[in-house]
Design a protein around this ligand. Sequence first.
Ligand code: GDP
Length: 208
Amino acid sequence: MGPDGPELVPVAAALQRARFLVGARRVAQFPPDQGWEVAFAGRSNAGKSSALNATLGLRSLARTSKTPGRTREVNFFGLDEDRRVVDLPGYGYARASDAERRRWEQTVELYLEGRRCLRGVVLVMDLRHPFTDFDQQFLAWCHHLQLAVHILLTKADKLSKSRAKSTLLAARQHPAAGGGRVSLQLFSAPKRYGVEALQLRLAGWLDL
Ligand code: GDP
């Protein structure tokens, strides 16, 4: 760490060392609960895989989570022995049945409630449709568990700069984003806008 906090070049290099470890369906398959971990969550199609790939520097890293049959898995990526980035299953296909929703809730609940090495959660929201019911429920859950949350308002390239900025300002005022442990930023995977800010946030949480 430099005098003003983590320096970007070594942080980006450390994040790019991420390698797929395991797609876990049960707690018993999770890696040992030690070191530091950050998790990415979001509604399906919000842009979570794109954000993960842009941040960890590998195009196809998060593709595993899209393979049919693997969408209920918690995917762990290791940077080193003690630092991991976790891809939580995407929530809420429009056609998901109640049983599927319940399975999703159970998986994520087991992870969020039991994981002691979890330092923070990145919640990915499409900035054109922020704070869906799911997002609000998820934020309430994190608030209850006293987890730090960093909200990515992604697909920022879909709006003009001024509209993206006013969306960010409005999102900061949203009641669901209240409380001291929530931060927000704009993000665009194709433009790589906001990648560095996100990498620095991850570095802080992962003690890089
Ligand atoms: P996930 O289901 O949340 O993992 O979403 P994906 O990362 O697969 O993205 C869903 C769709 O949105 C894909 O067609 C992506 O190419 C697109 N997408 C994701 N992020 C961005 C972004 O920042 N800007 C734009 N324009 N499209 C994006």
